[in-house]
Ligand binder design. Structure first.
Ligand code: SF4
Ligand code: SF4
Length: 476
């Protein structure tokens, strides 16, 4: 006899309502009183349909209402039958058209940030004997590959990255022109973004960024004392005084798109709220995102568990501020929460943690193809070369080993729809294996996802119209 049991879900509340975060579907379900009674009934043991109806039937609930409730909860996978198949598909997708090419136009940098994954102690790239600056022809080949391999996608995205991207501004300029030409020829839409340390911004470059509506992310670690802790020129001089006026000019002039700041948190730089205030209120950034440094745990700048707890507390406080803004329909630039709310709103359930090696590839200055910008020029994560195309065997091997179904430690984790094991690069730096789940930060991920769910629930209960803004934004 088939019995119903509770499915896999995480309970949370927001705005005086209780919700279920359904796993693995990634859906959010608000149970009514009857649903709550039914779930309570199944708390310890499974029961057949008839047994559920018999036990809950009363003056309040008819058999018909109970049958409907069972079907609704089963449809949402809040309750399951033994015979249900609830796992993600084991097969990797048949086709994975490209959406984004990240062009590492140079692997050189004019700063010398000690935590940098490209130059620091955790470096995995080995570019000896290869060109350090991408040539125009290589950039054109990369753009051709993107357009060809985007198949039916109507829009593609080109991101410029480094080293310091602006050390090779001439190639950025010619690549933008060429990509626009290819877009016109193919009838597709092309969008551009770049990451920069802002040291080389000039009036001419800002004008180019504005004219071409290029999205910009600036790497900066907050006010002078925290930014200059690690973000220094070769020789040790801090970069803040050089970049601050240039960033102000960029923010004043480039009004077409939100300009984001990207902050790397380390054991020495963890004052999240003060950094956020400085970058938004004093500098004028529209969006600020934080990422703990990717590193081996033995480095002096590695964040220990106490530091991670502190960061989570500050993230939760900024999330409260975000919530207060959302209830007033006001913008708040804490992008870590808006990115996660967007995923929750779209009900994502990821088979892979990110698009690396799937819809996104990194291209090195010499034309090597990597899983993403962090793997270019490294043997790990190498999936071809522009001259020979994407190595489908290597790509399939990555997509097979990186699939959530092969991450056994994650199979009982309620946060897997949004985490899916975490960043491949972080896994490689920590464990020497891109396919390993990042088990060193699970508590943090679950803690943060719970905060985001609560904020989502509050907004859904008290100002649901606010969530419409996430409907147009596609999940990366
Ligand atoms: S890495 Fe940890 S938090 Fe992420 S899905 Fe796996 S078990 Fe969950
Ligand atoms: S592997 Fe890591 S760094 Fe690369 S795209 Fe994915 S999350 Fe980002």
């Amino acid at each position: 006899m088939s019995v119903y049991r509770r499915g896999e879900f995480h309970e949370f509340s927001g705005g005086d309502k209780s919700y279920l975060y359904l796993v693995p579907s990634g859906g959010i379900f608000a149970p009514d009183d009857l649903s709550k009674s039914l779930l309570k009934l199944l708390e310890t043991d499974g029961l057949s349909r008839a047994e559920i109806v018999t036990q809950l039937r009363s003056d309040k609930y008819s058999a018909f209402e109970l049958e409907e409730c069972i079907d609704e909860l089963h449809g949402a996978q809040a309750i399951v039958l033994d015979t249900d198949v609830t796992d993600l598909p084991t097969q990797i997708p048949e086709q994975f058209p490209l959406q984004t090419a990240v062009l590492n136009v140079t692997n050189q940098c004019n700063l010398s940030c000690s935590y940098c994954y490209e130059y620091g102690e955790d470096r995995i790239a080995s570019s000896e004997g290869k060109t350090k600056f991408m040539e125009e022809e290589t950039a054109r080949q990369a753009i051709d590959l993107l357009f060809e391999q985007s198949h039916d996608r109507r829009s593609v995205h080109v991101t410029f990255f480094g080293g310091e991207t602006l050390l090779n501004f001439e190639v950025v300029k010619s690549a933008v022109e060429y990509a626009r030409k290819r877009a016109a020829e193919t009838g597709k839409y092309v969008d551009f973004s770049m990451t920069t340390n802002a040291t080389m911004l000039t009036e001419e470059i800002i004008e180019f960024l504005v004219k071409n509506n290029i999205g910009v992310t600036v790497s900066i670690d907050g006010p002078k004392e925290s930014n200059d802790r690690f973000r220094v020129f070769q020789g040790g001089k801090g970069s803040y005084d050089v970049i601050a006026p240039k960033i102000r000019e960029l923010l004043k002039t480039h009004r077409g798109r939100p300009i984001g700041a990207r902050v790397t948190l380390t054991a020495q730089v963890v004052n999240v709220k003060a950094i956020f205030r400085h970058l938004t209120e004093e500098m004028g950034f529209t969006e600020v995102g934080f990422a703990p440094v990717t590193t081996s745990p033995v480095r002096l700048y590695a964040i220990g568990s106490n530091g991670l707890d502190d960061i989570l507390t500050q993230f939760a406080e900024l999330a409260e501020e975000y919530l207060a803004h959302a209830l007033r329909n006001e913008h708040h630039g804490f992008s870590n929460i808006s990115d996660t709310l967007q995923e929750l709103h779209h009900g994502v359930s990821k088979a892979y943690p990110c698009g690396a090696g799937l819809g996104l590839i990194g291209v090195s200055p010499s034309g090597d193809l990597g899983l993403c910008h962090r793997f270019v020029d490294s043997e790990a994560g190498l999936i071809g070369h522009l001259n020979t195309g994407i190595d489908r065997t290597a790509q399939r091997a990555h997509l097979t080993s990186g699939h959530i179904n092969n991450k056994y430690d994650c199979h009982t984790c309620w946060a897997r729809p949004v985490c899916s094991g975490g960043c491949y690069h972080e896994a490689f730096v920590r464990y020497g294996d891109t396919s390993r789940p990042n088990l060193h930060y699970c508590d943090w991920i679950r803690g943060w996802t719970d905060v985001c769910l609560r904020v989502y629930g509050e907004i859904a209960a008290r100002n649901p119209d606010y969530l419409k803004r996430f409907e147009d934004r596609k999940v990366a």
